[in-house]
Design a binder for this molecule. Structure first.
Ligand SMILES: Cc1cc2nc3c(=O)[nH]c(=O)nc-3n(C[C@H](O)[C@H](O)[C@H](O)COP(=O)(O)OP(=O)(O)OC[C@H]3O[C@@H](n4cnc5c(N)ncnc54)[C@H](O)[C@@H]3O)c2cc1C
Length: 410
């Protein structure tokens, strides 16, 4: 029977934004690397808005780019709209933000990984991390295969024991319609790690054919534009348009009337969110003086009519989501194609990590991305790159250099 070599220098668990950068950079550094991810079709999927960059985020993508990561280059491949934010102020605070075609982004990243030397990609789920003498020894998967390794980078995102909330409806899932990873948390607890629950959320997606765009202010792409990657030059592109609108007094009334039906305020969600992208019901409760919130209609891609409504994240029941849409000028007839929802998931207390992102108590185990309580694609990518580099140091280099990965300040 054929049995391929199951020993790797580095194993990366999870092919999201952190895992992709981690796997790529570890392999580039010469480590024999395995990326295990639940589905090859969701590699680098954007769980929420179809955009990369923005204030406090764009510069992280540029840093990833400078250090040999792929996020900036993939962004330019998938870009449908460029906007440099904050140009009214000095250049130091300019922030590049790029709308992407979601599917092109995923498939371009997958292709990038497939072409990387030293990198093997596998569709499976990691269920256990085994240790020996306080150091990582192997990863076991759902298909009961054991892969030996010297270093593991765990990038599980919102998937560990993920629970989806739409009003009172609760479903298992790391994203709506993607399986949760239900086994690995037990293994992490057995390693003595302090864990907790966080939540985040996303707005409804609507069919653009049912929107009256004349009621919104168009926001065309910058043209000429500045590419996200400093290694790219501008090329001729098919741009799509974004649109800006606002919630109304009627929206505030709907929110006040139905607040208790939100998963957030019904008692079904007890966990807190990372400090980014509050839901529209959260904004209504916490900032009642602000009755009109900005909304941005963002196209999801070149081959779809789906639009993402930035600023309308919600875990209200679906019928209330319709009432919210009806309250906005131009969205009176909008049809929901995917409801907004909240997701709760297990994270690990990041104080258990060295600055190298290695777990203090388990040699060779690194964490990156949302498992550490980060909130966006860019932070996840940045942490993935750092953890992947340090895991490669651990996995392939001499013991003297390995101590550097353990404590970079030494
Ligand atoms: C509903 C929702 C709303 C969000 N809203 C926002 C927002 O408004 N703004 C924002 O900046 N960010 C938002 N995010 C967060 C953003 O998606 C994440 O920050 C980013 O994707 C984190 O990257 P990651 O690599 O850590 O994890 P993810 O991108 O979540 O990727 C994790 C990957 O790991 C895989 N995986 C998990 N466990 C295992 C396992 N045991 N074995 C194998 N594979 C595994 C999963 O299948 C997945 O492919 C949202 C996420 C969700 C789900």
């Amino acid at each position: 029977m054929f049995d391929f070599d199951k020993t790797f220098d580095v194993i990366v668990i999870g092919g999201g934004h952190a895992g992709c950068e981690a796997a790529l950079i570890a392999a580039k550094r010469g480590a024999k690397t395995l990326l295990i991810t639940q589905s090859l079709d969701t590699i680098a999927q954007m769980s929420c808005n179809p955009s990369i960059g923005g204030i406090a985020k764009g510069q992280i993508v540029r840093e990833i780019d400078a250090l040999g990561g792929a996020m900036g280059k993939i962004t330019d491949i998938a870009a449908v709209h460029y906007h440099m934010l904050n140009t009214g102020k000095g250049e130091a605070v300019w922030s590049p933000r790029v709308q992407c075609d979601k599917k092109i982004y995923q498939f371009a990243y997958k292709h990038f990984l497939e072409n990387q030397k030293n990198l093997h990609i596998l569709q499976d789920e990691a269920t256990q991390i085994l240790t020996k003498n306080g150091a990582v020894d192997a990863v076991v998967t759902l298909r009961q295969t054991k892969y030996k390794t010297k270093a593991v980078v765990l990038c599980s995102g919102t998937f560990l024991k993920g629970t989806i909330h739409v009003g009172k409806l609760m479903l298992g899932g790391g994203r709506y319609n993607d399986n949760a990873a239900n086994f690995l948390s037990t293994s992490l607890k057995d390693l003595g790690l302090k864990m907790g629950r966080l939540k985040t959320g996303t707005p409804m997606r609507i069919n653009g054919k049912t929107v009256d765009f004349s009621k919104f202010t168009p926001q065309p792409s910058d043209n000429p534009y500045t590419p996200m990657s400093v290694f790219n030059l501008p090329v001729k592109k098919d741009f799509l348009q974004c649109y800006i609108g606002r919630t109304t007094d009627k929206t505030a009334e709907v929110l006040a009337e139905h607040a208790k039906e939100s998963a957030l305020y019904s008692g079904n969600i007890n966990s807190i969110g990372p400090r980014y992208c509050p839901s529209i019901e959260d904004k209504a409760v916490k900032f009642p003086q602000n009755r009109h919130h900005p909304l941005f209609l963002e196209p999801e891609g070149l081959h779809t009519e789906e639009y993402y409504i930035q600023g309308f994240s919600t875990s209200m029941p679906e019928y209330v989501q319709y009432l919210l849409l009806r309250s906005v000028e131009g969205l009176e007839n909008a049809q929901i194609v995917r409801p907004g929802y909240a997701v709760e998931y297990d994270y690990v207390d990041p104080t258990c990590l060295y600055p190298s992102l290695e777990v203090k108590t388990v040699s060779g185990l690194f964490f990156a991305g949302q498992i550490n309580g980060t909130t966006g694609y860019e932070e996840a990518g940045g942490q993935g790159l750092i953890a992947g580099l340090n895991a490669a140091l651990k996995g392939v280099l001499m013991p003297a250099t390995r101590s550097l990965a353990r404590n970079p300040s030494s």
